[in-house]
Design a protein around this ligand. Sequence first.
Ligand code: SF4
Length: 329
Amino acid sequence: MKAFTYERPTDANAALRAVAKPGARFLGGGTNLLDLMKVGVETPSHLVDVSRLPFAQIEETNDGGLRIGATVTNSDLAADGRVRQRYPMLSRAVLNGASGQLRNQATTAGNLLQRTRCYYFYDTSKPCNKRSPGSGCSALHGYNRIHAVLGASDACIAVHPSDMAVAMAALDAEVEVQSADAGSRKIRMGDLYRLPDKAPQKDTTLENGDLITAVSLPPPSSGGQVYRKVRDRASYDFALVSVAALVDLDGDRVRGARIAVGGVAPKPWRALDAEQQLMGKPANADSFIAAGTAAMAGARGYGHNDFKIALASRTVARALADAVQHRKG
Ligand code: SF4
């Protein structure tokens, strides 16, 4: 591992000053960054540990939502009674990620900013445009079973690995960001991640030196909500496909729906057309199967991952049906 220096500021302004140094990076729980440093994918010369910043609270907001501090651990987030009651898809999504030990260490902001688990990204002997821009994409014509079927480009077909981000996308969460130059601002979850296009090395729309301070959730919507994850190992694995779904009914018809799909794209994939298509439809299997098909419109497989298209369609349909059941209690 390349040698680095380390500091642990206790307020945001000190952290922002520290990260302005050349080669500096923020360090949260370290559950992804340290692994990347060990294999030489990330080589920061200075680490700014943000784990002691005063962002470890979950607070009520004036509009009836919740504000989740950036350093709230995944375990504390999943266990919070307000999250479990009002945003059950978020609690379930977090509990579906990693192991108990990792969730005790991983933070809210770090979870959002974790990097892809594409095998070639971690193998420094292989070309990878995300790790080494211009070198090529080994997955495009290689083993691509875990890769994207939506939103990819010929430069990169990696998926974003976070479960939590999928639920937050469905919940219309906003990320609060602080920077030394521009003060504070909010970014909608749908705008946090960028598609690879020709520059896959940049995962998000954040600028250098941006510090995530919190994630705010709007007031909870009525309706049932679920998080359903399909993975190779039930005990501990990243999603092949996951779905965060919310369904609200007016009688037996759909009054509102939210669908976000994980494991299929470089970002949590909000299926807005499928949501629209469901409005006013009977809440039955035919409507949900049609919505599952609509959610994957335009999907393209790369060989080993072709199965994901049908799997994701069926998982969307199943999650919608489950959400209706949850609504009925
Ligand atoms: Fe690298 Fe992306 Fe290709 Fe994986 S899919 S090898 S991360 S460029």
